[in-house]
Structure formats: C-alpha cells, structure tokens
Design a protein around this ligand. Structure first.
Ligand code: NAP
Length: 242
C-alpha cells in the first residue's frame, strides 16, 4: 500500500489536503496534535472519498514523539510506503521582535521548521528505497517577503524554503520531487482573528483563499503529471505581489 501523510491534517488547509489526496487515490495518514474531534471529521471525509484514513496523533515539534508514533507506524507496516508527504502543520504567534519572548520564537520554529525536519527525516530511508515520491511543504508569503510582527514565522517558513530547494537537488535522481507552496491569506482557524474585510481590500482578488484552492495545487504537485517540477516555491495568494 502506498500512503499519503499530511501533518496537521485535522483542520483548515491540512483537512482539505487530506480529502484532495484521497481523491487522487491515496489512503491518508492524518496527523494532528490534539484535536481528536476535528481529526475524526477529516477521517470521515477521507472515507467518504473512498479511501482508508489512519489517525496518527503526534507533536511534530518533538523528535521523540515523531520517532515513537511515525517510526512505530513505519515499523509496524513494513509492506507499505509513505509516498506523499505534506508538511503542513504550523502555528503563528505574532509579536514585534522588540517584545518577543524566547518561547514565542522557539515554538513557531519548532513546529514549522523542526517539524518539517523531524517528519521528513523519519520517512526518508523508506522513501528513497521506493524510488518515487512527493514532498510538499506548506510555507507562506511571510517566508518569501517577510511580514512585520512575524519575525519568528517568516524565519521558520524561509528556513523551509531553503531546505526544500536543497533536498530537491539531493533526491531528484530517485524520482522524488520536493516543492513548497506559499499561500497568502487563507480562511481557516489560523486567520480567524484577522480582519478579513480590511485585509481583502489589499488583495487583487479581493478575498481570502479557500483551503480547497491550496489543496488543489497540492493534488497536482502530488500527481504523476507534476513529475518534472521540483525545488520550486509556488505562490497561491490571489495576486498579492511576491
Ligand atoms: P490551522 O487551521 O490553525 O490548523 C493547524 C493544523 O496544524 C491543525 O491540524 C493542528 O492540529 C496542526 N498542528 C499545529 N501544531 C502542531 C504540532 N505541533 N504537531 C502536529 N500538528 C500540529 O492552520 P491552517 O491555516 O490550516 O495552516 C496550515 C498551514 O498553512 C500552516 O503551516 C500555516 O503556516 C500555513 N499557512 C496558512 C495560511 C493561512 O492564511 N491560513 C497562510 C499561509 C500559510 P490540531 O487540530 O490537533 O491542533
């Protein structure tokens, strides 16, 4: 069995990605941190799309948790391969640098950047042996242009962009592509505290994006049709200048 793994698959963009990958034909491993109810809702949506859903909670920021849960799953499912990985789990904790607590810096970098490393490193050997794969990292406009109040988040996402480009070159020969998607503003729990009306006025499309619109791009990058695209950062932001 060939699986897709989506980190932070319980809500928002991650949930839409789980459904899109199920539509592409993959059974989906849905990772989340703590929101069991939301994760079970995503699992029901994956099953409604005709695919198996596996719930695999762990904190991507904690290497030992990733090793225990994900490493444990790989060990227990030797005949199966995780062929598509979407590193989507992320948090924001906005504050001006002058007032930033160490914990605000660390938690945002640990979840996005360390999380990407922890999960990708854990699946790397079996993925290389599979000789086909897709790694898709969800970054942000913030990691491309930098956003005031988001020094931690911009740094985390920019770090992933660098890692995406380097890893793409390391493993291209094995038919494994590594790309990043940089959304602008997307309607989800993460952006629910923002003034959507005011911010939409700055966006040429005059609206926030939908999680399904990001998921459609993930689905394409995960497909066989996207086999010659690697090391890229693709923006999806309604026309905001990047
Ligand atoms: P969201 O609605 O807040 O959902 C976050 C997801 O990440 C949840 O499934 C959550 O799990 C999971 N998560 C958080 N910390 C985790 C951890 N330590 N370990 C495992 N899972 C964890 O966020 P979203 O808006 O869908 O964002 C998804 C990704 O897109 C993030 O990387 C974000 O930075 C990026 N992005 C979002 C926007 C936007 O405008 N929304 C724009 C650009 C980029 P629980 O449900 O268990 O808490």
């Amino acid at each position: 069995m060939k699986y897709a793994l989506v980190t932070g698959g319980s809500r928002g963009i991650g949930r839409a990605v789980c459904v899109a990958l199920a539509q592409l034909g993959y059974p989906v491993i849905i990772n989340y941190k703590g929101n069991v109810t939301a994760a079970e809702e995503t699992a029901a949506m994956v099953k409604a799309a005709g695919q198996e859903a596996v719930l695999l909670p762990f904190d991507v920021a904690k290497k030992e948790d990733v090793t225990a849960a994900l490493g444990g799953w790989i060990e227990a499912n030797k005949g199966s391969t995780i062929e598509v990985l979407v590193n989507n789990a992320g948090i924001r904790n906005d504050v001006l640098m002058a007032f930033m607590e160490d914990e605000q810096w660390r938690s945002v970098l640990d979840t996005s950047l360390e999380g990407m490393y922890n999960v990708t490193r854990t699946i790397m050997q079996p993925l290389l042996m599979n000789r086909f794969g897709r790694i898709i990292n969800i970054v942000s406009l913030s990691g491309l242009k930098g956003m005031p109040g988001q020094v931690n988040y911009s740094a985390a996402k920019a770090g992933i962009i660098g890692a995406t480009k380097a890893l793409a070159q390391e493993i291209a020969k094995r038919n494994i592509t590594v790309n990043a998607i940089a959304p602008g503003f997307v309607a989800s729990d993460m952006t629910s505290d923002l003034n959507e009306k005011e911010l939409s006025a700055m966006i040429p499309m005059n609206r926030f994006g939908k999680p399904e619109e990001v998921a459609a791009l993930v689905k394409f990058l995960a497909s066989k049709d996207a086999g010659y695209i690697t090391g890229q950062v693709i923006s999806i932001n309604g026309g905001l200048y990047t």
